[in-house]
Design a protein around this ligand. Sequence first.
Ligand code: AMP
Length: 561
Amino acid sequence: MKRFAQAAQAIAETPSKLDKTGILGAYLRTLPEDDLACAARFFTGNPFAARDQRALALGGRTIVAAAQHMWGFTDADLSATYREHGDLGSALAPFVRPPQTLGLFVEPLTPATLKCRLDEIAAAAGKSAGKKRQLLCESILGACRSADEAKYVVKIMTGDLRIGLREGLVIDGIASAFDAAPGDVRRANMAAGDLGTVAVAAKHGTLSAIRVAYGAPIGFMLASPILFGSEYKELREGRWMVEDKYDGIRAQVHKDGERVRIFSRTLNDVAYSYPEVVRAVGTLEGSCILDGELVAQREGRVLPFRYLQARLQRKDVSEDLLAEVPVAFACFDILAYGDEFLLDEPLLERRARLAEILPSSSQLQLAPWSALEPDGSAEELHAAFEAARARGQEGLMLKRTDSPYLPGKRGKCWLKLKRELSTLDVVVVAVEWGHGKRAKVLSDYTFAVRDRHGKLQTIGKAYSGLTDAEIARLTPWFLEHRLPEHTQRQKARRHEIPVEPNVVLEVAFDIIQQSDLHESGFALRFPRIVRIRDDKPPSEVDTIERVRDIYRRMVDREGGA
Ligand code: AMP
């Protein structure tokens, strides 16, 4: 891993994309097959193949415990370096003690041997495996011969190299290493779902032999939000279609001959929970990969998301539950048919193909869509939005008709139009240091509303919405107005720093849920800070009574169905 670390460090140090791919290509070219496959995957920040459903799930705490055991340093030492670097790999690097100095004689790590040990960690799952995972982690850290090597090994374990290398650049690096066309590498990667396999095929000049790998989930294409009632500048260019935004579970269905798999957004196969959908998909001709949303529906009416929750992760679905919460797959895209990959086809073409193969049944439905008139007004869009809401949907999706399917991308070709449920004025009661580029500022805020007696009760936590300048302005104020950590709750959350309740924020959110996570008994879903309310004293923040009202209205609107 010494040479991996050197290449990664050189890539981190150059801002030029061309230089990054050049350095990567030169390194990959020198590797034997087994190291090549692993190194290519590691450079994407994922220790395993993208299609691999395993997760390393190695928490920072286990890595820190293993590192402390090997190299002996205190929590305070680590806090200081973490604050400086903002990522665990770099924060641990200064404490590394190479194996020779520890009196250990261990083989140096290579990408392939590291992968074997990570396989063992992933296999040691379950509650009782904590100690074993820590020991395995110690054996990896103990084999690191330099600070840089350990830094990048930890970054691989935490799943983010932070060297400015996205998957696209790794693809370019593989292309440059083996004189292949980047487009061929990209296509092969979509098919194989594993850059490791692709790198080896590129080395052997056999990229075109890679076929659609049914059973290997493809990253989901995602949508960027647009603000309801804004100027809709995003829609001015190109042609767009409008579709309902379903409040269900995103799913990718792979039908390969007889076999049906349903992948969730975490890329796990959840087919066992939806036997009626599996049966309906099973009636389709041939093999295909479909994208869509699992929704709870009874007698043609969409049921609120909480109904679907009863079906999540159920291994045994009783006949009663099947009747009570029937699930359908609303299908809005097709990614492959037989041996043919359709990702690069324009959306309109993909939708036409979908319409050809999908016989509508109650468990398998073609998601309806309509064309957005290029000179249509905001009123028309809002009317479509209200109609979707009246059908029980969350809002609208807008999709550019000429766009390819971009796996794993949240771009501007798909837009989601949602309307915020409401906003609340809240006061910040505790703060936390951020991560990454926000490691040196207090950017994560826990906030509260008032109860009947004026006592503050927490209701949520927000990380987004303020500008860097606003956060920089608030940080020293929070530091000067820290409170002693006195309550049980604050002790339990060790990263939270309680502060004087003085900074009032307006936060927007999509949904209110009942929850015992916070003192108020409620939690906000997707909270975003809209602005700092310097004009409002903390004594006037919103009350739990108002929260309850919004919650009641939300439940009523869902029809209590
Ligand atoms: P969000 O979860 O708010 O980021 O919204 C993105 C999610 O919207 C996707 O992951 C899907 O689960 C969901 N979604 C609902 N309807 C659609 C649709 N018609 N097209 C694409 N995604 C949809």
